[in-house]
Design a protein around this ligand. Structure first.
Ligand SMILES: [Zn+2]
Length: 502
């Protein structure tokens, strides 16, 4: 038999948890047909994997490729990090079902929530669908280098059924709920792998509105998931900040809502887990409630990030420290080169640094209120901002921060942030870890990743293109967590079995 591909001398970690071993692999028609002594010397292609690890493809269960998947067959950057299956339709946002008149509405929503440029979506999406089944068929008709599984999403479903009433403060009627359940059921039967909903105050549409399903009642959520009755597959994914901004006393009430959805649907529920500064112990409560639910037979899984969830700041990204300062606002539309030239002028710098951030969030703005809170205290958050550089360190110590270094030298922190932005001709990036970094290390994240109920799942592949790129999480899990990290590490066999090959 002649093979299509031979992979020789690789250090094979097969995903079973067994110890790595050096061997050869023969592939024919897209399948592994031999491991060990290959029966044939003939192969169309040979890869010498001496000194490399060879693993199964990885699954990224939380992405936002819903638009990109309709025009990009390669689904980069996920595919270049060893991901062979992406799950789309996360957090309640997506593009189907959708009536013609609502297309712009869904684009504005995705633009605001996931920071995907509306212009790219408008130009890229061909809208060869109205129903979810038509959407899946349209995507299926385009060849893709990797596999994908699609969840149906709450916001488009709500807009499809409720039209202009699909705004956060409007309750769905009994009839609306029945219709949404019926449409979800049709989607599930056609092959949707689940249903997702978004309940966070940090997600805003491109016009600054709450997402349509953000305040959905327990009746609506439990009513919609009736759709799963008698269907043998499917999961539910939800993102919530557990009403943290309203106060920690709301935590259990919100968890109850999510748990009820899992109970009624009798399907696994997957929710986000992270440490948030505003409520630093919340992650432990989430774990505790998930453990309790599982002991009652309610299957709840926790999606964790591979590193701190943060933003990259720079003159070419969506956010940067001075974006709300009046002098900067005046030049914000100029080409990069021009802005850098003006900002290098000492008089401009002096004037700008005396100013204050003007409010960016609010009516008509997709910028979350958290941004204004942060930008009004640059002197403090500068202690948690780091130069990213060519070789990023995603677990830096406080002494590495721009703010700390400036303080040590007796210099102004905001002046140092300003100068950092201008490095590399204005192309330099500042790393600002927002979540999972309350204590300036990833020790708590280690505990989260190590938890038996957790799965890596917050890559947000395809989204937040102007702020972050965590689609590289499989590579980061292998390099940082299994090789480079100082402190607790994982072993490759375990991380590949339990965390990357779900
Ligand atoms: Zn998401």
């Amino acid at each position: 038999m002649s093979l299509d591909l031979k992979i020789l001398n690789g250090n094979i970690i097969d995903g079973t948890g067994n110890k790595a071993y050096v061997s050869d692999i023969g592939i024919k028609d897209g399948k592994i047909v031999e491991i060990g002594n290959l029966s044939s010397n003939l192969a169309k292609e040979t890869i010498n994997a001496d000194g490399y690890i060879v693993t199964p493809g990885f699954i990224d269960l939380h992405t936002h490729y819903d638009g990109q998947i309709s025009w990009d067959s390669e689904l980069t950057p996920s595919s270049i990090h060893g991901v062979t299956t992406v799950v789309t339709g996360s957090c309640g946002v997506g593009f189907a079902p959708c009536k013609e008149k609502d297309r712009e509405k869904l684009i504005t929503l995705m633009e605001g929530v996931e920071d995907i440029p509306g212009s790219a979506l408008s130009e890229g999406i061909n809208w060869k669908w109205e129903t979810f089944t038509e959407y899946m068929n349209a995507i299926d008709s385009i060849p893709h280098t990797i596999d994908f599984a699609m969840q149906m999403t709450h916001d488009p479903l709500r807009v499809y059924v409720m039209g202009d009433r699909a705004v956060a403060n409007q309750k769905a009627t009994e009839d609306d709920i029945k219709k949404m359940a019926k449409i979800l059921r049709e989607g599930l039967i056609s092959g949707a792998v689940g249903f997702s909903t978004g309940r966070t105050d940090n997600h805003k549409s491109g016009r600054g509105e709450d997402t349509p399903a953000a305040e959905a009642s327990v009746e609506e959520l439990t009513g919609i998931v009736q759709a799963f009755k008698g269907i043998n597959h499917g999961i539910i994914q939800a993102v919530s900040d557990f009403d943290m901004l309203k106060g920690d006393e709301f935590f259990d009430k919100e968890f109850d809502v999510l748990e009820k959805m899992a109970l009624v649907s009798n399907k696994p529920l997957s929710i986000s887990l992270m440490q948030r500064d505003q409520s630093p112990n919340q992650w432990q409560w989430i774990i505790k409630r998930a453990e309790e639910a599982n002991s009652k037979g309610i299957n709840i899984r926790l999606q964790v990030g591979a590193r701190a969830i943060g933003v990259l700041l720079g003159l070419e990204t969506t956010f940067q420290p001075f974006m709300g300062f009046p002098s900067y606002k005046k030049i914000s539309n100029l080409p990069l080169e021009e802005r850098v030239r003006i900002m290098k002028n000492p008089e401009f710098k002096e004037k700008l640094l005396k100013e204050k951030n003007e409010k960016l969030a609010g009516d008509g703005s997709h910028i979350p209120p958290l941004a204004d809170i942060l930008l009004s205290q640059l002197d403090i958050i500068g202690m948690r901002m780091f130069k990213l550089g060519e070789k990023p360190n995603y677990e830096p110590e406080i002494k590495d921060s721009i703010g700390y270094k400036a303080k040590q030298k007796g210099e102004s922190i905001i002046g140092a942030l300003y100068d950092a932005l201008l490095e590399d001709e204005g192309k330099a990036l500042i790393y600002f870890p927002l979540y999972n970094y309350t204590e300036f290390n990833l020790n708590n994240l280690y505990k989260m990743i190590n938890h038996p109920l957790s799965l890596p799942g917050l890559s947000d592949g395809g989204a937040h293109v102007g702020t972050v790129c965590d689609a590289s999480f499989p590579t980061f899990m292998l390099t940082h967590w299994c090789r480079d990290r100082k402190g607790d590490k994982f072993n490759l066999e375990k991380i590949i079995k339990n965390k990357l090959k779900t």
